[in-house]
Design a protein around this ligand. Structure first.
Ligand code: GUN
Ligand code: ZN
Length: 434
């Protein structure tokens, strides 16, 4: 792997979650890590062999902790609320995720993730092992860091009637066996960049037995678990009906053993304080997906309550319920939705949403959620060389920003894929030109 030395601006958190802005800095990408990451003094000359990229701003690679690859062609297609949308817009697409189509779509999807400045993601596939296999192969080729899994659904799969009280069981053993085989093959592959996530879709598409077995296998293999939790009111009501013995939605997962520090729970909007405490105690991560939550009219997650309970948090695009893979947009909508909800008195705990909190969720929050290597989500000496070079001129007409807060606010309020120029993951250029 070639050594790349860059002179550019840097905006990042440091290892103690403090914001750092270096208008003129030196970054050395060496063997997948940052060998050097330091500011240059005023009037300093860069050492020889350094690529002069003054005018570019380096930020840590963004982490999308929740998205659905096979759904990408459905982005931006309006279709009502969660349950009808799944049946009408999503399941027909996920059914097609096989063969050459799955491979083509996977290649496009990973290239799009990188193009948006995302270097790591937790990704749902569809129920088919064959399509998942293609996605992992293309994921390995992409150079990105990916936590992925075949979706598990043993309640009639794509024919599910979510409101049925006695759903039809189908292929629970095959679902588990295929997940095990994929985990065996891919967990830790591509120099550790690929990891496996057991992916019981959500409580409404899984039997208690399947969820239990998935939890046990994931724990035994050190793999991740990803699922959806408490996204829409209709979903919560249906879960209550389908699992009359459970105290709450989170309790369904808790009883199955699905909650733990390697568990990624998307949404968590309609949670009680007791559920938040259970999630926090388990170490599971709540993945906030504000663009999706607006698109499907699901609701506004109470982030202050989640924080107060001690829940770990990250951000997700939730494509295709989120209309784009752009985490700049997801950061922006995090701040906007939280501010509006607070203004309307929807939250019990007073708290001010800021660009810094959203940026932290999209970088270090996501990196910790996905257990990326030490230092990931920051641009500090020794951290993984996962970074994005932006052209801030694309969004900052009055720059360069004089201070860290301004640089960050402009990034979060005005940044987008249009500013992304070059993307590195694990020290390799995965998108754009240098
Ligand atoms: N809940 C169960 N499946 C899905 C899905 O594919 N997208 C979203 N947003 N929520 C879900
Ligand atoms: Zn989702």
């Amino acid at each position: 792997m070639e050594i790349v030395r860059l002179r550019c601006s840097v905006l990042s958190l440091d290892r103690r979650d403090r914001l750092v802005y270096w208008p003129d800095a030196l970054l050395t990408l060496d063997g997948g890590r940052l060998g050097e990451a330091r500011p240059l003094g005023r009037g300093a000359k860069a050492p020889r062999g350094v690529l002069d990229r003054r005018g570019r701003l380096a930020i840590p690679g963004l982490v999308d902790a929740h998205c659905h690859l096979p759904q990408y062609p459905a982005v931006g297609a309006d279709g009502g609320e969660l349950l009808p949308w799944l049946r009408r817009n999503i399941f027909p697409l996920e059914r097609r995720f096989k063969g050459a189509y799955a491979r083509r779509l996977s290649r496009l999807f990973f290239s799009e993730l990188a193009a948006h400045g995302t270097t790591a993601a937790a990704v749902y596939l569809s129920v088919y092992k064959e399509g998942a296999q293609a996605a992992f192969e293309e994921g390995a080729r992409s150079g990105l860091r990916l936590v992925m899994g075949k979706v598990m659904m043993d309640r009639g799969s794509y024919d599910t009637d979510f409101t049925a009280t006695h759903p039809r069981e189908s292929r629970p053993h095959a679902s588990l066996r295929e997940s095990d085989e994929l985990c065996e093959r891919w967990h830790g592959a591509a120099e550790g960049r690929l990891r496996y996530a057991y992916t019981p879709r959500f409580a409404l598409s899984c039997s208690q037995g399947l969820m239990r077995a998935a939890a046990a296998e994931a724990a035994r293999r050190g793999a991740f678990v990803q699922t959806h939790l408490s996204e829409s009111r209709a979903e919560v009501a249906a879960v209550k009906k389908a699992f009359p013995g459970a105290r709450s939605y989170a309790d369904v997962y808790d009883k199955a053993g699905l909650l733990g520090p390697r568990t990624l729970l998307a949404h968590g909007i309609w949670l009680s304080d007791a559920e938040r405490r259970a999630v926090a105690a388990s170490g599971a991560v709540l993945v906030h997906c504000p663009t999706s939550n607006a698109f499907l009219a699901s609701g506004i997650m109470d982030l202050p309550a989640a924080r107060l309970a001690g829940c770990r948090t990250a951000l997700g695009s939730d494509v295709a319920a989120g209309p784009s893979l752009d985490l700049f947009e997801v950061m922006r909508q995090t701040v906007f939705a939280q501010r509006l909800a607070a203004a309307h008195g929807l939250f019990k705990v007073p708290s001010r949403a800021t660009p810094l909190k959203a940026f932290a969720m999209a970088t270090v929050g996501g990196a910790r959620a996905l257990e990326l290597p030490e230092g990931a989500g920051t641009l500090t000496k020794g951290s993984p060389a996962d970074l994005v070079l932006l052209a801030p001129a694309a969004y900052d007409l009055f720059g360069p920003a004089a201070d860290a807060q301004t640089a960050l606010a402009r990034l979060v309020y005005r940044g987008s894929r249009a500013a992304v120029r070059t993307v590195f993951a694990a020290g390799r250029r995965v998108w754009g030109r240098l």
